[in-house]
Structures are given as C-alpha cells and as structure tokens.
Ligand binder design. Structure first.
Ligand SMILES: [Zn+2]
Length: 288
C-alpha cells in the first residue's frame, strides 16, 4: 500500500472514542489507507494528554497540545503550565494547538477570556519555539491581528525555522502557523501566506455550495497547502453526514488535485511533504 497522505488535523483523542475504537481505527489507517501520518490536536488538558498517549502508542500519530477557544472558560496558569509540560516532555508533541478565537456561538465563552488565553498560548509557542495550529471562526480579522501583535509572524520567529520552497522553487520565510480548516476569503489566505503561514484544507471544500474555499485552493500555490479531516467532524463528500475519520482525507486531497489540475498522487505527495516539513517530522517516509 502506498503511504502518501498526511492528515494535518484529526481528533484520534475524541472523547467519544474508546481505546478499542482507537486501535480499530489505527489498524484501518495502517493497513487499509494511504495515510502515512497524522496530527492529533488537543482542545483542553484532558484530550491533550490523550493526544500524547496516542502519539506514544501509534507510530503514525503525532500530538498537538493546547486549549481551544470554547474550552478556555476556567483555564488558569496552573493548567497552562501542564500544557507547557506536555509540550516539552510529552511523546512526539510537534505543535501548540488548536488555539484561536471562535465567535460563532452566542452562548460561548466570554470573548475577552478567549482573547486572553489565545495570546498566552501564542506566547507559550514562542517561548518553546514551536509551530502553532489556529482555529478561527467568525473572527477572521481579529485572529490575524492578535497573531501579528504576539509576534507569530515576526522575523525572530521566522529565524527559528528553516525556509520553505515557494512555487518557483525560491526559498521563503516560514512562520510555522497552520490555519486549520480554512474557511476565510482568498484575500485573507493570500495575506496569511505572505506572512509565512500555511493553509489547511478540510472536508467542506468538497461541499457543493462552498465556492469560497475552492477559490482559495485555486488561488494559493500548493506549496502552502495541507489537507486534513478534522475528524470526527466535517466528513467530506461522498461521506458527508457520516462520522469522519482520517482515511477520508483522501477525498479532500482528490478535490484539491482536481482544482489544481494535477494528479491525486501528486497532490497527496506535495501536501504530505508540506505537513511533514511544517511539523518537523523526520521519522516518517513517503512510500509511493
Ligand atoms: Zn479540530
């Protein structure tokens, strides 16, 4: 079996999954899919710890740790310190995330609380010189403003990471900021890429009514794209409405290939290479 896909954001740590479910899915990923690797992101302390356990158990799995905006209510410095400890000492932790802003739901966490802990976690990622994975919903401009203010795209931060190749082979600064499940405009995507960020494309790109994200894929060079499932949510067509899982990242990648007018295998290998570089994963090898 080829191993050419990387799921840049997938919740193997989901609280509805039992250990048995995780083992079953792991077997499917290894034996019946072209998924080489994935990153299992945290949204609070408990599932960040689970992500680290998953990474220790499964060779294809890497962890991200952090507090998602809607989980920041009641967060304190003591728990942030625990996230810091996981990031430093946990097995195969490659990123701080998912962190960000979500102003979608009226009865969610107070926005100032979200903003405060978003800033604190960018500061943590800077302190540890680690990649950052961003969740942003209905807060497009403010997410970018806070990232800028906290130095997520600073020259200093870019100096910590090797440069990345652009579409013409030229080497460009990399800020190692991943915009997970990108749903913003082409204009915002262009700005992010200029700042050294990477755009991660999720299942909704396959949805009939989602022209916006398809325009983003067309406009942004594939050198700056990754693909992801955000499983168990957001299953792509033709699995829409079902419980999502990492092997379905293939459908999102096929859509990216179609929009870029390149072969599926080429799109898979390029986005996989981008993800391995972004997370600085050196012990997985693409098998074509
Ligand atoms: Zn997620």
């Amino acid at each position: 079996m080829k191993k050419i896909l990387f799921d840049a954001h997938t919740h193997l740590n989901d609280e509805d999954m039992t250990d048995e479910d995780r083992r079953t899915l792991a077997e499917e990923i290894v034996n019946d899919s072209e998924v080489l690797g994935l990153v299992d992101p945290g949204s609070n302390l408990e599932n960040s710890e689970q992500a680290v356990r998953d990474a220790a158990q499964f060779p294809f799995c890497y962890a991200a740790v952090g507090y998602y905006p809607s989980d920041t209510d009641g967060l304190n410095e003591e728990n942030l310190e625990k996230i810091r400890n996981l990031a430093v000492h946990g097995s195969k932790v490659v990123c701080i995330g998912e962190i960000g802003l979500d102003f979608h739901y009226e009865e969610d966490v107070d926005h100032d609380t979200m903003r405060y802990w978003f800033r604190r976690q960018i500061q943590l990622a800077n302190e540890l010189k680690m990649p950052i994975m961003i969740h942003s919903r209905d807060a497009d401009q403010e997410t970018m403003d806070i990232l800028k203010e906290e130095g997520a795209f600073s020259k200093e931060r870019q100096s910590w990471f090797p440069k990345r190749p652009g579409p013409g082979g030229e080497m460009l600064p990399d800020s190692r900021v991943l915009m997970h499940c990108f749903s913003q405009s082409v204009e915002m995507a262009r700005q992010y890429v200029k700042l050294g960020a990477t755009i991660s494309i999720c299942g909704p790109v396959t949805f009939k009514n989602n022209r916006k994200t398809r325009e983003v894929v067309k406009a942004i060079p594939i050198e700056f794209l990754t693909v992801e499932t955000d499983a168990p949510y957001m299953a792509p067509e033709p699995k829409r409405g079902r419980k999502n899982k990492a092997p379905y990242v293939e459908y999102t990648c096929r859509k990216v290939a179609e929009l870029k007018e390149i072969s599926y295998e080429e799109a898979a290998v390029i986005t996989c290479t981008n993800a391995l570089r972004f997370y600085n994963i050196t012990d997985l090898e693409i098998q074509r």
